[in-house]
Design a protein around this ligand. Structure first.
Ligand SMILES: O=C(O)C(=O)c1ccccc1
Length: 546
């Protein structure tokens, strides 16, 4: 049997349903094998940004192994920004790239480079397969490493001659799956419980490890026992805590002065699987006030070890470990829970009243649009969010993020990821509505993903909040002062003259385009898109002012 068929057999036995790719000369043997392959679908993206983003979406949404196949050195290079995002999100992806035949390596053929070295900094394991005999063990090991907690991308460079070589009776081995429910050290759990019991006013940050561990029931029980508000981590990528729960407080700001305001009065920070305080810009202000105690539970030792001195640090799976901690602190929040709930409800009511007060404005403010979309969103929808200035810390108050698998986006911050991710997610969940919330700047990084939506008729609804520029960067420029803050002028942050014609862009890619510049028009367009089950792009001109 030829290597190309052996590779597909191996991937099939690892449970792979799709290979996201963009072919080139070094992948041609594989593409030839797909002519007779009926177990795994090849999903075409028109460049490697799209391909890697699709694999990221699929991997995060399913927790299963995603495979993406890139084309040699330039293809891997194109994918790097999205590979960075996938690495930050811990997406279990087997990234492969076609390498030139080994017999011509010495002459440095077209597109050749040391692929394994290029990919290594962003992957848990990066390796060039040297022979067909090595391929089964390389695929088994790569899959296992990607799926072992903390999960993440791995890379294999596969020279073309391995795909065309033949071998009889090659032992393909078996997939291995390592159980992830590691329970934290009981002594440290007890120490954490003591800190929590002694705390007067604790605060909880929740992060990706909660959603990945499907630990909503456990974190809700914990938060209710402790009587503490729960905020999502700064680059909140998942619905780590249901946004409709009375203890939900919002998302942690990415600027330390605002973060300090959230933290004011709290003597204990409890991080449940949250990356502590990813910041957007240096402000000269420390994230935590001196003396703040930290309890940190995560399955990722890297996150625990990264920045802050945790008074009690527990490595363990959230779902497996949290019940033990909850049992030890049961009742300690009884005296304060109602007060915290009332305070959070007041903050939310004020926010919603402010949003309602903006509802009549034209151009539309993004917040009333988000609130409307939140009201129209079906309960089983999956949101892929890439809103920077239009979303900020309030978006989940307006568009509910309830189930752990209902919300994705932005963990890495490399923009352009949302539309490709949505394609991968829609393939994984064909029956669920998938809605992209994106800015115009982000959408332009990977607009070619629209073609994939059209080609495979993936009914993703792509909502573009068009402020005709990089409004987040204008805001961040203001924050550093200088000429821009005084004069309200910004260099290279406007996308106009010409303005992007999103209707033409949609049409060019085979997607239905609808412009909606009033709330009534947004409602009509969104409901029509949901009913049509056809990929639709809705462009909304939103306020450009800062
Ligand atoms: O939202 C931010 O913190 C931010 O400044 C930013 C800007 C561009 C991409 C990602 C984040």
């Amino acid at each position: 049997m030829q290597g190309k068929h052996i590779l597909l057999n191996l991937l099939h036995s690892e449970g792979v349903e799709f290979i996201f790719g963009n072919p080139g000369t070094t992948e041609l043997p594989l593409m030839d094998a797909f002519v007779v392959e009926n177990r795994i679908r090849y999903i075409l993206g028109l460049n490697e940004v799209v391909v890697m983003g699709m694999a990221d979406g699929y991997a995060q949404a399913t927790g299963r192994l995603a495979v993406c196949n890139l084309h040699a050195a330039p293809g891997l290079g194109n994918a790097m920004g999205m590979l960075y995002n996938a690495a930050k999100a811990g997406a279990p992806i087997l990234v492969t790239a076609g390498q030139q035949d080994m017999c011509i390596r010495l002459t440095e053929p077209l597109l050749w480079d040391d692929l394994a070295t290029m990919a290594r900094p962003l992957c848990k394991w990066s390796f060039e397969v040297n022979s067909l005999a090595e391929l089964p063990r390389a695929i088994r090991r790569a899959s296992k490493v990607a799926l072992t907690a903390p999960t993440g991308p791995v890379f294999l460079s596969i020279p073309g001659d391995i795909l065309t070589a033949s071998a009889a009776d090659l032992d393909l081995g078996q997939p291995t799956r390592i159980g992830t429910r590691m329970r934290g050290d009981a002594d440290v759990v007890a120490a954490a419980a003591k800190l929590i019991q002694a705390s007067v006013n604790p605060v909880i940050f929740a992060g990706d490890s909660v959603a990945k561990s499907s630990a909503h029931a456990e974190i809700i029980a914990f938060a209710e026992a402790v009587g503490a508000p729960v905020y999502l981590e700064a680059m909140a990528n998942t619905a780590a805590f249901p946004s409709n729960h009375p203890l939900y407080g919002g998302t942690v700001p990415r600027m330390t002065p605002a973060l300090r305001a959230v933290m004011a009065g709290h003597d204990l920070l409890i991080s449940i699987g949250a990356d502590l305080m990813t910041q957007s810009q240096a402000t000269g202000i420390e994230a935590l006030s001196p003396g703040t105690l930290v309890v940190h539970l995560d399955d990722e030792p890297w996150q625990i070890g990264k920045n802050f001195a945790a008074t009690a640090a527990i490595q363990g799976d959230v779902k497996a470990t949290l019940p033990e901690l909850t049992a030890l602190v049961a009742g300690c929040g009884d005296g304060r829970r109602e007060g915290i709930v009332a305070k959070l409800a007041a903050v939310r009511a004020e926010l919603l009243a402010g949003v309602d007060a903006m509802a009549g404005q034209i151009p539309l403010q993004s917040q009333p649009v988000l609130k409307l979309i939140g009201e129209l969103l079906p309960a089983d929808a999956i949101v892929v969010e890439e809103l920077l200035s239009s979303g900020m810390n309030t978006v989940r108050h307006l568009v509910p993020a309830v189930a752990p698998d209902s919300w994705f986006g932005m963990r890495g911050g490399g923009i352009g990821v949302a539309i490709p991710q949505a394609a991968g997610i829609q393939l994984a969940f064909p029956g669920r509505p998938v809605v992209v919330l994106s800015g115009d700047g982000s959408a332009m990084y990977s607009a070619a993903a629209l073609w994939t939506l059209a080609h495979y008729q993936l009914p993703v609804i792509t909502v573009i909040f068009n402020n005709r520029g990089y409004r987040i960067l204008k805001q961040r420029t203001r924050a550093i002062g200088g000429h821009s803050a005084e004069t309200d002028t910004y260099v290279a942050m406007d996308i106009e003259e010409p303005a992007i014609d999103f209707m033409a862009l949609a049409k060019a890619h085979g997607v239905l385009g609808v412009k909606a510049d009033t709330l009534d028009a947004v409602r009509a367009a969104f409901l029509a898109a949901l009913a049509s089950k056809a990929p639709t792009l809705i462009e909304i001109a939103v306020e450009r002012g800062l």
